[in-house]
Design a protein around this ligand. Structure first.
Ligand code: BYC
Length: 472
């Protein structure tokens, strides 16, 4: 068998051909990645042609090349956004110094941990979604699932590149460990809570893409501000792909809302389950669940970790350079919610330790804009129902509210009230069984499952009946 030409196989703009040490590390890692993809990646469909987007360069022409590819032959590339000449560290105690091109020795461990935490989420999400292909609502959705999956795979490559190129032997060990942890595994779980949850059906998948991938957007945007320039450039390019994942989530839920409203109008009833739709109250429960799981991903409201990441110049705020302050945050304060006995109160905390909460604020505002767009769909059908985000203290496992029970409208409630009401607030086993019962595969060209409306337009302007995945 001819040896694999890795330089050709791995599209990149990191001069891989000239970096023999890095090339050797990746040559060693790539077969392990493929083994992981084979064992833990999408179940089935691996030998099918899928209409996928591949990035072969970072310019306008190259970042989105469409064509049929078998997933294991996808060209997972390594791309950094174009360098900014003379870029400086824009915040923290090194503010004004030239951005680091190499890992600053004193922050090596912290930086590695941040990169590993980010990297760990990527394969985790692929593992969480691996069974969904079997129950796709259409070929269009099947293709979008696989697009998301291969791009999460590429994001893993992006973090492995940083580890292998900049962290020597420790980095290579961490790269291997990223392939060894498993989502939901009791003994070797993924690092962050949300990535050990199940994604058992397509409603959960769309909610995950809306809420959890949006955490990805905000975390990546904060890391894109990093003084460690290779991390910043890597994250900036990843953000272009993250946008598509959130589109899949928002439009997916939007199409379910649309279909629910159509069925309500057509049959003059709120009980769309009788007609095979997903009713709005059930959607609300899934919003409550996925929003609360994703809110935890921002960490504690008051966090010295976050303060240290910032002071060290490793992780900034969302749109750091657009903010008009001293970018050191030594003196300022920030409003943070917390508990005062049974009351939820707002306190002014030191700005530096409040960075997780500030990022969560940016995130919640962005989620709300998406929910507003879903509500526009409801309104356009003349239906009186409003989907809402749960209060941010609802069902939290991390931070100030981890120990209390809070209702979706933000009241601290007793355990007795929680026990009596949580079935109204979160998906029950019956809800899950009902949604599960709808998950019957639809794979004829141009057809959609009954519980979801067709998309407004095809991928890359393709026709409605385009063969996104060739099944024969
Ligand atoms: N689950 O001060 P604290 C994405 C840990 S998603 C479990 O509260 P900190 C994607 C924390 O690690 C974006 N553990 O928080 C989306 C710490 O542990 P140690 C992923 C948690 O450190 C969809 C302890 O609690 N990227 O890209 O300020 C598909 C106290 O920490 C959790 C990143 O997260 C949790 N939810 O902030 C595919 C960026 N929360 O150190 C991909 C990198 C906290 O005491 N990560 N803990 O052992 C970070 O910036 C920070 O680690 C976090 C936590 C924001 C996650």
């Amino acid at each position: 068998m001819a040896p694999i030409d890795y330089i050709e196989r791995i599209p990149n703009n990191v001069s891989l051909a000239e970096n023999r040490r890095l090339l050797r590390a990746l040559e060693d890692w790539q077969p392990k990645f493929l083994e992981w993809w084979h064992d833990m990646g999408p179940e089935g469909f691996q030998s099918r042609d899928v209409y996928l987007r591949t990035a072969i360069s970072v310019d306008a022409k190259g970042w989105a090349q469409f064509g049929y590819v078998k997933m294991p032959e996808y060209r997972w590339g390594i791309f950094l956004a174009e360098p900014e000449t003379g870029r400086r560290i824009n915040f923290g105690e090194h503010q004004g110094q030239p951005a680091w091109q190499d890992v600053p020795g004193e922050y090596r461990g912290t930086l590695r941990r941040l990169i590993v935490t980010q990297g760990d989420t990527e394969p985790a999400s692929v593992e969480q979604q691996r069974h969904l292909g079997r129950t796709c609502p259409s070929l269009y959705d099947l293709r979008n699932l696989f697009q998301v999956n291969v791009e999460e795979g590429r994001h893993l490559w992006a973090m492995v590149y940083l580890l292998d190129a900049h962290f020597g032997r420790d980095g290579r060990e961490e790269s291997e460990a990223l392939l060894q942890r498993r989502s939901g595994d009791h003994d070797k779980p993924r690092i962050l809570g949300a990535f050990n949850e199940k994604t058992p059906d397509w409603l959960s998948f769309f909610m995950f893409c809306f809420f959890t991938d949006r955490d990805g957007k905000y975390q990546l945007a904060s890391l894109a501000e990093s003084g460690f320039d290779p991390l910043s450039r890597t994250c900036r390019f990843m953000l272009t792909e993250e946008a598509h994942h959130m589109f899949v989530g928002e439009s997916g839920v939007g199409r379910i809302v649309q279909r629910a409203c159509e069925l309500m109008r057509e049959h003059k009833t709120d009980d769309v389950r009788k007609h095979g739709g997903i009713d709005l109250p059930t959607l609300q429960k899934y919003i409550n669940l996925h929003c609360s799981v994703s809110l935890d991903l921002f960490g504690s409201e008051v966090s010295t970790n976050a303060a240290n990441f910032y002071t060290m110049g490793l992780k900034g705020r969302f749109e750091e350079t657009k903010k008009a302050d001293d970018h050191r945050l030594k003196d300022g304060t920030y409003p943070v919610i917390g508990l005062d006995g049974e009351e939820i109160v707002v306190r002014q905390e030191a700005a530096l330790v409040s960075l997780n909460e500030r990022l969560r604020d940016d995130y919640v505002a962005d989620c709300q804009r998406g929910v507003n767009r879903w509500n526009e769909i409801v309104k356009s059908h003349g239906i009186d129902f409003t989907l809402t985000l749960p209060h941010r203290a609802f069902r939290r496992a991390i931070g100030a509210f981890a120990e209390v029970r809070v209702s979706p409208d933000g009241r601290v409630v007793s355990q007795a009230e929680w026990d009596a009401r949580h079935r109204d607030w979160l998906p029950t086993e019956e809800d899950e069984a009902y949604v599960g019962s709808l998950m019957q595969p639809v794979t004829e060209r141009g057809r959609m499952a009954n519980w979801i409306a067709p998309p407004a337009r095809g991928v890359n302007s393709q026709a409605e009946d385009f063969e996104y995945v060739r099944l024969t």
